[in-house]
Every structure is written in C-alpha cells, then in structure tokens.
Design a protein. Structure first.
Length: 292
C-alpha cells in the first residue's frame, strides 16, 4: 500500500523534539537522513551524532491528512515548523528491490563475492558466498574492496591468517578460499562472530579452520598474514599490539582509513614494517607491508 512521507529539515538540537512529536501524532516510523552528504567518522563512545543539516523522514498511513500532521506538530512543539513537505510514496517489495541491486562482484584476478541467492558468474573461480543480511562488510565499501584485492594478489597457500575486527568474516573466508591453511577472527561484537560463523559454514569452511574469539579470549599467536579493516584511531593506538601479532617476514594489510589519515597510520607501523606505497580508492586507503 502507499504511504504518506513527511520530511522536516532540522538541526541536531531539534532531533529529539521532532522525533517524539512525530511519533505522538501517529508516525509508524521515523528516520534520520543526511541532507548534505556530510560524513561522520569515529563518533565518541555512547554518542549518536547527527549531521549539521539533517532530514527527518516519517511515514504515516496513506489516508493521513498532511496538513493536520503539520498543525499538530506545531501545537506539540510550540514553535514555527522548520522547512517541511509531504508526499505520497508507493509501496514496494523493499527486500526484493535490495536483493536485485546486490550483484556478484569481482576482486582482483581470482576472487568473486557472490550473494548467496545468486548463481556464480564464473563457477570455476574462487567464489565466496555471502549473505549481506548478516553483513558487517560485504565488499561494496572501498575499504573492504581494497583488502579483498590485496588478498587476491598474495600467495596464501599454507598461511595462517588473522582477521582483526572480522565483522562478517569476509576477509578471513576469502583468505581461506584463496589457499590459506587456517584463519583466526576476532571482533568485539558477538553478533559479528556469529555472522562470521554463519558465512564460513555457507562456504564449506570447517570450524577447525576458522577459529573465532572475542579479543580478551584470543590466544597468543604470530600470524603469517594480518588484515584489519577497522578505523584509523584504533589502528594507531593498537599498532604495538598488532605489530607483535605478525611473525617476522609476515604480511600486514590495514584499511578503514581516510586518505587524510593515511600518513598518521603508516607512521605508527613504519618502525616494524617495510611498507608498500599507500593504495587509494574513493577517498579511502589501504596500508600494507612486510614485518622486518
């Protein structure tokens, strides 16, 4: 069925007031949306920052009177409404539409990421089956793509791989399919570990080849290859720890890093690694190298 969508252009300090008011007048959902393509990176712990120019979208039953909604909002808030509009939008099968838009993707020469409901374009290639509904990383983001392409370019036969901040497990599973002997994944989110476990099973990866741990339970180890696609701040602060997790002669690949953060992250690892030239894609970078 169709829906009435109400849009308000608000500032962050108006967010809670208008969210509560919209729900009070009968909105079935309320969503915040960036109005100016303004990124927010690495928010402070326990905060939910909003963009300086935010659109608040609310859905109502189709027969709702938009003028009545705006009048009630003004009464509830006791203030002149910010810029606003209303429109009727047609319903659709959102899940099917999203699934249709998620297509197989190739990374490097051998590796494909294939949605679990989709046929592999090259059955003889290295095909990683992924359910994006368990996402935490699907290959669509430049940082994940940079790491997948890097893995595809390495000789991983017989290697032990550590995926630090494993999310969906996409990097560790790709490494295993590309020839790694075993992988260890660690993440602070237990749901991420569950997603990794599910995706490993979907790809026929036995439990004994892919061990998963919360960070505090991870065993002492030195991996042949370490990949970490997290954020620049943690990568810098964790540099001493991550460096010791790579054996001498082992390989390192880091991403989740904005281009303007690349030099700072590289400097944190330059003491222990011979670093490659920084790889850049769409404003994000990958830093890689070999442990001395």
């Amino acid at each position: 069925m169709p829906w009435l969508q109400v849009r308000l252009a608000i500032s962050p300090d108006q967010a809670e007031t208008y969210e509560d008011a919209l729900l009070e007048v009968g909105a079935v959902s309320v969503t915040f949306m960036d109005a100016e393509d303004q990124p927010i990176f690495e928010p402070d712990l326990n905060t939910t920052p909003l963009w300086s120019h935010t659109h608040l979208l609310a859905l109502f039953e189709a027969d709702t009177d938009a003028d009545a909604v705006f009048a009630h909002l003004q009464l509830l808030t006791g203030a002149t409404l910010p810029e606003h509009q209303a429109e009727v939008i047609e319903d659709q099968d959102w899940e099917r539409s999203w699934m249709d838009n998620f297509q197989p993707m190739r990374f490097g020469q051998r590796l494909w990421i294939v949605p679990s409901w989709h046929a592999a374009p090259e059955p003889e290639a290295v095909n990683l089956l992924l359910d994006p509904g368990l996402a935490f990383g699907t290959g669509t983001h430049p940082t994940t793509a940079l790491c997948l392409e890097w893995l595809d370019g390495q000789d991983l036969n017989g290697a032990q791989v550590l995926d630090f901040g494993c999310g969906s497990g996409i990097l560790a599973i790709a490494a295993l399919l590309l020839g790694a002997r075993e992988a260890v994944g660690t993440d602070i989110d237990v749901q991420a570990l569950e997603a990794s476990r599910d995706n490993a099973g979907r790809n026929g990866i036995a439990d004994e080849r892919f061990a998963l741990y919360l960070p505090e339970h991870m065993p002492a180890m030195q991996a042949d290859v370490l990949v970490a696609n997290i954020l620049a701040g943690p990568l810098v602060s964790l540099a001493p720890q991550l460096s010791t997790l790579v054996r001498p002669g082992g390989l390192l690949a880091l991403s989740g890093i904005l281009a303007e953060q690349g030099d700072e992250v590289a400097a944190a690892y330059a003491k222990d690694f011979d670093l490659d030239p920084i790889s850049v894609r769409d404003g994000w970078v990958r830093i890689s190298g070999r442990r001395r």
